[in-house]
Design a protein around this ligand. Structure first.
Ligand code: GLA
Length: 734
């Protein structure tokens, strides 16, 4: 039973294949956390193992309750506010009398099979028998609010999904100042914190630091997740490595302002909490109404960060990303952005398509510049009608590309509007703006007020019209700036705290409308590269353009960092031209291909200008894709080098592998960033193979037969790969 309840101790034990999550209701009817870690057969003895404490005047106890039990140091499932726990709260309510507090008591629970979907939000799903849910109802009597904590257990993936919902059961409106999705308390405070950070074109580099006294926060007030940090975190022990040691992971499925808070308490406790960022949020719940906070995915691994990542990969692919795409090979695409930028016409696009079809590329994506009168980034966002003077009739263009042997995809930026656009002239009030204040431009554009249904409906109609007008099977959904001047005239002054979350709900609604109208449409997410790379977007977009930096050497840190939480099959990765437009670096064409083959694969260069040698190499890359890429979609991913993930930004050697679920096939990609002169060939220790199985190992001119155990214990010596930018794509078969 994934969810069991011990009536004697009022103890909940959530069990996955390798983990246990335990909490209970104490005599005061509060919900206290006990344990999250390796699987326990019997959780009951934990109740006698809680820390007791002395009654301290500065850590108060609730009148009439046991003196040694202050809420200030006990482990809670979701903490209230203004009731004796001074650590960060999970719930904060303001009632009609102006009081700001929250004190939650257990009222009841129910266990239900499967996984209920969250309304309006990205939501994990489960087939019959794959998951079980327990919903715990807590009550704040004074505020007449119920908070329902949902826990869905996915035993096979070692993942627990949490979310929270607040219901106003009273007769007056209540303001929700904060409702985080989940909280994870520990009675230890000696962890390493691993997370992702960077900037535009340098997003999601992995960082590992010792837990900071006082604590640390990952946050966004950008209206999107952002390039700077990501709404996901791992805690591990200082000696945890890729392959060994305890690691706890948390991924928030949300695409707007978020908070991931790692708080170090004064009594040696740690509180990790995550959810919508309360800094920019307040939500009035009318009597009888409810508010639902987004989902958080939790996992625990006793086998290092590598297993933690694989748990998330398996979970996201099986239970979040649409089954329409999750385990399928996506079309190999050629995107014209770095090939032409804004400077193209129909003939140029058809030429690229023909040239790509000869190589075996399957889809052409027409990027920015096909609409309105857009010849640069100063106009036309919002005018989603074809720029016929530039590209002719879009139907003819799509047919031309199809005729050349390719599918067709198109770029949009739905939430945006250029000041110089028909849309902005017709509806200047649809732009996010604060009366009496200036408006920030970002890349010469404004943001539309997606908190308003009529705005989202209008954008949907325009996009749907284009998609209906021709055989367009793919959409690149871009988002090239962040939100400023967030205010909506459609809401009362006291309701402005809703705008940012309503904006995100508007984005999700547009996604759902498009996918309902075009169920086979493949939507690739994008935000100036990976500025909105999160599990919320993944629920609708099976792949997200990983970064605007297409330099293969730069991609090593970006893609490896991203893999900490997200599956490689969700990372848009393309081969681009050298010298690279961003860095000026030149990397061998083969290496560029091997690095891009670790994500969704494609090209982003002018195919009509490629050398015959590069064309021959591209054909080989495409053959590798067809032969081996099922391992990226369905296999297990192992980070092999550098030994410490956080060293990847500077590491000389980087290697990873994909192993088939039946362990009969595997690939290893090995990249040498910079040569170590006059040094022996490097060795890489493989992972996840069948130790007894004999593998045929092949790369370049090298072929060996080696047993799995040896490849993992003694390692594989990689020949001919000690030069700047050299790489090997090693295949293993048995
Ligand atoms: C963003 C994307 C790029 C490209 C441009 C077009 O920066 O990340 O891939 O689509 O917009 O303007």
């Amino acid at each position: 039973m994934p969810v069991s309840f011990d009536d004697r101790a009022k103890l909940f034990h959530l069990s996955t294949r390798n983990t246990s999550y335990v909490f209970y209701v104490d005599n005061s009817l509060r919900l206290f956390h006990l344990y999250y870690g390796a699987a326990l057969r019997d959780a009951f003895p934990l109740t006698g193992q809680q820390p007791d404490f002395w009654p301290a005047s500065f850590s108060p106890v609730v009148n009439g309750e046991e003196l040694s039990r202050s809420p200030d140091y006990r482990l809670q499932e979701l903490a209230g506010f203004n009731q004796g726990d001074f650590r960060p709260a999970g719930v904060v309510l303001q009632t009609a009398n102006g009081a700001v507090a929250a004190d939650l008591h257990y009222f009841g629970h129910r266990v239900i099979p499967g996984k209920p979907r969250l309304e309006g939000l990205p939501s994990a799903f489960a087939a019959e028998g794959e998951a079980e849910t327990v919903e715990i109802t807590l009550r704040d009597k004074a505020a007449a609010v119920e908070v329902i904590l949902a826990y869905t257990v996915f035993p096979a993936c070692d993942v627990i999904v949490r979310s929270a919902r607040a219901v106003n059961t009273g007769s007056a409106p209540v303001v929700l100042e904060r409702l985080l999705s989940a909280q994870l308390d520990f009675d230890e405070a000696d962890f390493d914190v691993v997370h992702l950070q960077g900037s535009w074109a340098r997003e999601r580099h992995p960082v590992r630091n010792r837990q900071i006294p006082g604590g640390q926060q990952l946050r966004s007030v950008r209206g999107a997740t952002g390039h700077h940090q990501n709404p996901a975190v791992a805690l591990c022990r200082p000696d945890t490595s890729e392959e060994a040691g305890d690691a706890w992971g948390l991924v928030l499925a949300y695409s707007g302002d978020y908070l991931v808070d790692v708080d170090t308490g004064q009594y040696g406790t740690t509180r990790v909490s995550a959810g919508i960022n309360p800094e920019t949020f307040s939500w009035t719940i009318e009597p009888g109404a409810a508010f639902t906070a987004p989902e958080v995915y939790l996992t625990f691994s006793a086998c290092g960060l590598g297993r933690m990542s694989r748990n998330f990969h398996r979970f996201l692919r099986s239970h979040v990303i649409s089954p329409r795409w999750a385990f399928k090979q996506r079309p190999i695409l050629i995107n014209n952005w770095e090939a032409t930028y804004f400077d193209f016409n129909a003939q140029k696009i058809i030429d690229i398509a023909r040239s790509g079809a000869e190589l075996g590329i399957e889809m052409l994506v027409l990027d920015d510049g096909w609409f309105g009168k857009r010849d640069d980034d100063r106009s036309s966002l919002g005018d989603w009608v074809a720029y016929s003077r530039k590209i002719g009739d879009i139907g003819d263009l799509v047919r031309g590309v199809n005729h050349a042997g390719m599918k067709f995809g198109l770029w949009f930026e739905p939430e945006m509007v250029s000041p110089d656009s028909d849309l902005c002239r017709a509806h200047p009030d649809w732009v996010l703006q604060i009366p009496g204040r200036g408006r920030c431009l970002g890349r010469n554009q404004y943001v539309l007020d997606f908190s308003r249904d009529e705005v989202v409906d209008h954008v949907f109609k325009m996009i749907a019209k284009i998609l209906h007008s021709a055989d367009i099977v793919y959409m690149k959904w871009d988002f090239n700036r962040n939100l400023t001047e967030v205010f909506s005239p459609s809401l009362l002054p006291a309701r402005q705290g809703k705008v940012r979350h309503r904006f995100v709900l508007g984005v999700y609604r547009l996604y759902r409308m498009l996918l309902a109208e075009f169920p086979d449409l493949l939507i690739e997410g994008c935000s100036g590269g990976g500025g909105r790379f999160d599990a919320g977007i993944l629920a609708y977009s099976p792949q997200i353009w990983c970064s605007d930096d297409t330099d293969a050497m730069e991609r090593l840190a970006i893609q490896t960092g991203t893999s900490l939480f997200y599956p490689p099959s969700s990372m848009g990765a393309h081969v681009s031209v050298c010298p690279n437009h961003m860095t000026g670096r030149t990397v061998p064409f083969a290496t560029r291909g091997y690095v891009a083959l670790a994500g969704t694969f494609g090209y982003e260069l002018d195919l009509t200008k490629m050398s015959p040698e590069d064309r021959a190499t591209a054909k080989e890359q495409i053959a590798l894709y067809h032969r081996w890429h099922d391992l990226v979609e369905c296999g297990d991913y192992y980070r092999l080098l550098p030994e410490r993930l956080e060293d990847v930004e500077k590491a000389r050697l980087v290697a990873w592998s994909f192993v088939a679920p039946d362990r009969r096939r595997a690939t290893v990609t090995f990249v040498c960033r910079s040569q170590l002169v006059h040094a022996p060939d490097p060795k890489v220790f493989l992972r996840g193979l069948d130790p007894e199985r004999l593998y045929k190992v092949n790369y370049g001119k090298f072929a060996y037969e080696l047993v799995g155990g040896l490849l993992m214990s003694a390692g594989l010596r990689v020949r001919d790969c000690n030069r700047d930018g050299a790489a090997a794509f090693i295949t293993l078969e048995s």
